[in-house]
Design a protein around this ligand. Structure first.
Ligand SMILES: [Zn+2]
Length: 59
C-alpha cells in the first residue's frame, strides 16, 4: 500500500508539480526543503504547499 501511495505521489509530483518535502531550513520568509519524490529544492508558501521556484521561472 505504501508503495502504491509513493507511485501516486510521484505521478502528481511529475505532472502537477505537487512536491512533498520535509522542513529543513527557514530563510526568514519561508521554509525550505527537498522533495522526497524528485529531490528538487522547494519553498513552502503561506498555505503550506511546496513549490519549486525554478519551475515557476520557466513557465
Ligand atoms: Zn518533487
Amino acid at each position: 500500500m505504501k508503495k502504491i501511495l509513493f507511485k501516486i505521489g510521484k505521478f502528481f509530483d511529475k505532472y502537477l508539480g505537487w512536491h512533498k518535502c520535509n522542513k529543513e531550513e527557514f530563510d526568514g520568509v519561508s521554509y525550505i526543503g527537498h522533495c522526497k519524490y524528485c529531490g528538487v529544492r522547494c519553498l513552502q508558501d503561506s498555505q503550506g504547499n511546496w513549490f519549486n521556484p525554478e519551475e515557476y521561472r520557466s513557465k
